[in-house]
Design a protein around this ligand. Structure first.
Ligand code: AMP
Ligand code: MG
Length: 315
């Protein structure tokens, strides 16, 4: 398959509207989109990424009016979160409208919905005839793509089009809150922090009530994620370590002596924005070990910790 690279939202939307699969920039990470009105294209997303069929996709909408086409039952908590955080890096899980195909939600009766803020994403979605189902635009299990070049590296020849934009401003996937049950639940931490969410809906919990028989609330969470080829070693600020050859460091504090690649970040925002592109840079340079400083789990630190711990788990 020939992959078209374009900077034109019109061209990208025309390809999607005719049943193609199109990667596009968002403020979180690049998404790999297909129209929910083209079931064949939805299947192509799973194929191109090597994504397991039981891992549902997030549906992207252009404006609040489109919500009714994808969700049923929008309760008071969901309404308040939408009012405060849409458009933006927040995904809400709601009861799905029958119009959303089961392939998008992996058979679940709920659907993840997001309305991105990035202007190129918004222009693209405005020109799409139907809402757009899109997971992150990377090969399954690898770090998410935060630039069009990273998308191209993973998916050239497997998808119809890459809509070129600037590097993702946040660099971490959206916060996910499940509002489909009686208790709102944080399923994935992201740039909209738990503290910000709880300021609007204090009842948001971080752990589901324990019921071993229940299926995982977010099926995708059971799969390995975010991992570069290099091994991830988690460390704390100023920890004394024996540094292996061909290693790298990313974090906020002074790095250990002797690493060959280094990303010293000035803020949690910079850490989040640079994390996945640094992982990819390390792989391209034959790094064997990446030492990553674990931030505390306040604010954006919670999302960075989550990605680091899950990237480290794979090995
Ligand atoms: P990605 O777009 O690659 O970040 O993956 C989407 C994430 O959203 C995965 O972890 C999915 O499991 C999760 N997700 C999507 N739809 C739902 C849903 N209906 N219920 C729970 N989690 C969902
Ligand atoms: Mg993903």
């Amino acid at each position: 398959m020939q992959t078209t690279i374009t900077s034109s939202p019109e061209e990208a939307a025309a390809i999607l509207n005719s049943g193609g699969v199109v990667a596009f920039p968002t403020e979180t990470v690049y998404g790999l989109g297909a129209s929910i009105c083209h079931p064949q294209a939805i299947s192509q997303i799973f194929k191109a990424k090597g994504r397991p069929g039981d891992n549902p996709l997030i549906v992207h909408i252009y404006n609040i009016e489109q919500l009714a086409a994808v969700a049923d039952e929008i309760n008071g908590d969901a309404k308040r979160l939408i009012e405060h955080f849409f458009p933006g890096p927040l995904t809400l899980v709601l009861k799905k409208n029958p119009r959303v195909p089961d392939t998008v939600t992996a058979g679940l009766q709920t659907v993840g919905i997001r309305c991105p803020l990035n202007p190129v994403a918004r222009e693209f979605l405005r020109l799409c005839d139907c809402p757009v189902a899109a997971p992150s635009a990377n090969l399954s299990g690898l770090p998410s793509a935060t630039s069009w070049e990273a998308v191209y590296e993973d998916l050239d020849g497997k998808i119809d089009c890459v809509l070129r934009g600037t590097p993702s401003a946040i660099g971490l996937e959206s916060t996910i809150v499940d509002c489909s049950g009686s208790q709102p639940l944080l399923l994935r931490a992201g740039a909209i922090t738990l503290e910000q969410l709880q300021a609007i809906v204090p009842a948001i919990a971080t752990e589901a009530p324990t019921d071993k028989e229940a299926p995982p609330k977010s099926p995708g969470l059971k799969y390995p994620h975010y991992a570069p080829k290099a091994a991830i070693v988690l460390c704390h600020a100023h920890e004394k370590m024996v540094i292996e050859p061909s290693s790298a460091y990313i974090g906020l504090s002074e790095p250990p002596q002797g690493v060959s690649l280094l990303k010293l970040c000035n803020s949690l925002e910079e850490y989040g924005r640079e994390l996945f592109s640094f992982f990819r840079h390390c792989d391209a340079n034959g790094v064997h070990i990446i030492y990553c400083e674990l931030p505390s789990d306040e604010g954006l630190g919670r999302a960075i910790r989550d990605r680091l711990m899950r990237a480290a788990e794979k090995k």
